[in-house]
Design a protein around this ligand. Structure first.
Ligand code: GLC
Length: 638
């Protein structure tokens, strides 16, 4: 591996310039925004509370005659000069009913509910087959299973389409859960950024690109919203956790309505957590859209380029941190309530790395961006070093930690974070397989969170944050610990659960996060798609295939729950929503990718050799890197 100082510098350095003006406004909006909103959007910084600035927190898409006259579809019934919208979800209901009618086994079905009921009947007939199936048995049974699973896929597609949300007549996302019998909707009727990712991928893989394009561009518009909580505004690049399409009466005209997008940046979310992962997912989906559709024009747009940079700027901002990992609060990702994942949780680091690599691929070279690109490249070198080196654990590493000396004050300490060996939890001593390993959940001074977090580990494989060897070892561990991590429903969100006093302190006695439930060791079928991508990348799709077979046994029969409870994932989760969209979409994406593994490329990040070179240069310059004053020769007059 050749490494010249020039090559190293080329990867890392660039002149410093200022990238942004604080009052930046988008100028290339193509959305249906009246001029006055376009002018005000993203340019307001106010110290007032939400109520007095409420109007600026919304996009009003006035459905004017001139706009509507371009719409050929019967999505709206036009009355006089204005367009009347129904509820966002029911906009589709106003669509041509014939278009919505589907045929299942020769029967025309009108409503989504009856579609579901019929699909259930079909499935129950098939259920008899299932109850006697040994899923490990190949051959005839598997071919029967394939037929059955086709009908599951059809049902999943019907349900996914039924969850679509429309804005001004066009699909813009999917709601989190779509259970017609659930009265406690909470915010599950919103479009979550992270939840839409598998939906978007399913549509992309099916060749339906418009909904994803529309989602990307509309959420981009939301990014520049003013977001305020109790007079405080977070960084401008923050993407919302979710948004809702509201249909409200048009001001001054009771007979007409307008669609309004209403984002939640955490100001309304339980616990008021900023969704750090949203922007990272947005970048990942944007890249997948370009790669899958071949349409690079979206990522090349000036407003999209600016959106990417705003996210990066927020993530790469200088802080007090000694680590290259992103410092976040508890609950800033899929685990969106207190679970002891504040600090530098693996999930965020893996998504961060993937987003950095994806952004690097998409950013157009431009004079004003050199500073940002330098920061990005620096991080791309330092982040994998840190994670691979300090988060990795296997039998060998565990034994090293067991023999650690503590209180080492020096630049070349072995136990840099002062981990006391007693911190090794008793369960891990038994649990760690001889073959295999994983990246721990979090690292802080004198604290290693040894829990196994699935999404972080899977996404470390997908993004190449983990080395090739580590990636295989993670899959080895999943195989070795199948009975605990997959068991009756893939996949445990984390292992093991927090119990007793630890549960009380860490979760704040959260009754939703009791041991082996929800985020605290619950099983989440949506993780199937990420398992599938990781397995395909490592050329071990068989692991994902087995997991999908297990999920298929129950998911449709159980009405696609959000999560499962108990150690083996035997029960539908205590408070799990049914018809949870990302459980449905996750299953579909897994199936689509297993049928066409090369499509996983739209998500995978391949290790960049330039970075690896820079990385090994850094290593050879270390560990006793002399400290310099960054090349500045200054004399101080005292
Ligand atoms: C739960 C999940 C979160 C998801 C939301 C909507 O709160 O933890 O990740 O986005 O439900 O489905």
């Amino acid at each position: 591996m050749g490494c010249t100082p020039e090559a190293f510098l080329q990867v890392l350095s660039a002149p410093r310039t200022h990238l942004y003006h604080r009052n930046f406004c988008y100028e290339n909006s193509t959305l249906l925004l009246p001029d006055k909103w376009r002018r005000e959007r993203g340019c307001r910084y106010s110290l007032l509370g939400r109520s007095s600035t409420k109007n600026f927190n919304r996009i009003f898409a006035h459905l004017r005659v001139d706009v509507m006259s371009f719409k050929k579809k019967q999505t709206y019934s036009l009355e006089g000069l204005t367009c009347k919208c129904g509820r966002s979800e029911s906009v589709s209901a106003a669509a041509d009913e014939d278009e919505k009618r589907t045929w299942i086994n020769g029967t025309a079905i009108d409503s989504d509910i009856s579609k579901f009921e019929l699909a259930q009947q079909l499935k129950n007939e098939n259920g008899a087959v299932f109850s006697n199936i040994d899923l490990g048995t190949p051959g005839a049974i598997n071919s029967k299973l394939n037929g059955v699973s086709d009908s599951f896929e059809d049902e999943a597609w019907d349900l996914l389409r039924a969850s679509m949300v429309y804005y001004c007549g066009n699909p813009i996302g999917t709601i989190a859960a779509n259970d017609p019998n659930d009265s406690s909707i909470s915010n599950y009727d919103q479009v979550f950024i992270r939840d839409f990712v598998p939906s978007g991928l399913a549509f992309l893989l099916k060749g339906e690109y418009d909904i994803v394009r529309s989602f990307i561009l509309h959420t981009l518009q939301l990014q520049s919203w003013e977001k305020t909580m109790d007079c405080h505004s977070p960084g401008q690049g923050l993407m919302p956790a979710s948004f809702k399409v509201r249909t409200v009466p048009l001001e001054g005209d009771d007979s007409a309505t307008e669609d309004v997008l209403d984002p939640d940046f955490g100001e309304a979310a339980i616990g008021r957590v900023a969704p750090v992962d949203s922007g990272l997912w947005w970048i990942i989906l944007l890249r997948a859209y370009g790669k899958c559709s071949g349409d690079r024009s979206v990522q090349e747009r000036v407003d999209v380029q600016t959106g990417i940079k705003m996210i990066l700027k927020l993530c790469l901002a200088d802080g007090f941190d000694m680590f290259p990992t992103l410092l976040v609060t508890d609950g800033s990702c899929m685990i969106d309530r207190r679970m002891g994942i504040h600090g530098h949780p693996l999930e965020i680091q893996a998504l961060f790395y993937s987003a950095l690599l994806s952004a690097r691929e998409m950013l157009a070279p431009e004079d004003g961006s050199t500073d940002l690109i330098t920061a990005l490249n620096n991080r791309l070198v330092a982040l994998p070093f840190h994670i691979r080196e300090y988060y990795w654990t296997d039998m060998k590493k565990l034994n090293e930690i067991y023999r650690y000396k503590t209180e080492e004050y020096s630049y070349d300490a072995v136990n840099k974070f002062n981990i006391y060996p007693d911190q090794i939890p008793p369960w891990l001593v038994e649990w760690m397989p001889n073959k295999g390993g994983y990246l721990i959940g979090n690292l802080q001074p004198a604290h290693m969170d040894f829990r196994f977090f699935s999404l972080g580990n899977l996404w470390s494989i997908i993004s190449s944050l983990a080395t090739n060897e580590q990636s295989h070892a993670i899959l080895d561990l999943i195989e070795a610990k199948w009975a605990e991590l997959v068991a009756d429903m893939p996949l445990k969100i984390c292992y093991p659960a927090l119990e007793g006093e630890e549960w009380r302190i860490v979760t704040g006695s959260d009754p939703k996060n009791t041991p082996w439930s929800y985020h605290n060791g619950g099983s989440w079928p949506t993780l199937l798609w990420q398992l599938t991508v990781a397995c395909i990348k490592m050329n071990r799709p068989g692991i994902a295939e087995n997991a999908v077979k297990i999920a298929e046994r129950r998911l449709p029969r159980d009405k696609w729950p959000e999560y499962y409870d108990t150690k083996r994932g035997r029960f539908i989760g205590k408070q799990a929503r049914l018809f949870q969209t990302w459980s449905i979409a996750g299953y579909l994406v897994a199936k689509l990718l297993l049928a066409k593994p090369e499509a996983a490329n739209i998500l995978v990040n391949i290790e960049d050799t330039e970075l690896v070179n820079a990385f090994s240069c850094m290593l050879s310059a270390n560990p006793r890197r002399k400290r310099s004053r960054m090349g500045v020769k200054k004399s101080y007059i005292i």
